[in-house]
Design a protein around this ligand. Structure first.
Ligand SMILES: Cc1cc2nc3c(=O)[nH]c(=O)nc-3n(C[C@H](O)[C@H](O)[C@H](O)COP(=O)(O)O)c2cc1C
Length: 156
């Protein structure tokens, strides 16, 4: 099963979790590949007017992990825009990952995951697990390890 890890990461946090996930999935015998959603001309912090430059094609993957940041207690509008533009996730197993600064998932992470799952479900995805990473220093290592374990278990 080929797994696509599709990430929008403005400052590299979500991408770094995605890289660890890719490494662990591959080591566990599930070939995975990261592709990034990018914005034309870059994007100022929190900017809501943007055009996508790169929209990774999901058609070749049987399973997917979508990853992005929490912005203003919601899913990053860039990931929202990208997911909205996908024509179908029918027949695909989909897991969701978000990273956020604040220490607990109820501080935006859970809401962002709900938004992501709702969008993916509306495209026909078979929903799998999800993970929230809390980037604040004292929670980062623990929540990263836990999110990665959850995502791998749900996709394996
Ligand atoms: C505009 C903006 C809004 C944010 N809002 C939140 C928030 O509501 N809750 C939170 O915990 N973190 C918030 N953050 C922090 C990011 O979610 C966090 O730094 C994330 O790990 C960034 O991921 P990235 O490096 O992959 O872009 C916000 C960051 C930005 C730039």
């Amino acid at each position: 099963m080929k797994i696509g890890i599709i990430v929008y990461s403005q400052t590299g946090n979500t991408l770094s979790v995605a890289e660890k996930l890719e490494e662990k999935l591959t080591a566990a015998g599930h070939p995975a590949e990261i592709e990034q959603v990018t914005v034309a001309g870059g994007r100022k912090s929190g900017e809501r007017a943007f055009q996508l430059k790169t929209r990774p094609d999901v058609s070749e993957y049987e399973a997917l992990v979508f990853g992005a940041a929490v912005e203003a207690f919601s899913l990053s509008p860039v990931m929202m825009n990208y997911l909205t533009g996908i024509s179908s996730l029918q027949g695909k197993q989909v897991a969701c990952l978000v990273t956020q600064f604040f220490p607990y998932p109820w501080m935006g992470g859970n809401r962002a995951i709900r938004q992501m799952r709702k969008l993916c479900k509306s495209k026909g995805a078979t929903l799998s697990g999800s993970g929230v990473v809390n980037w604040v220093g004292y929670r980062r290592a623990k929540t990263t390890a836990r999110a990665i374990d959850r995502l791998i278990q749900s996709l394996a």
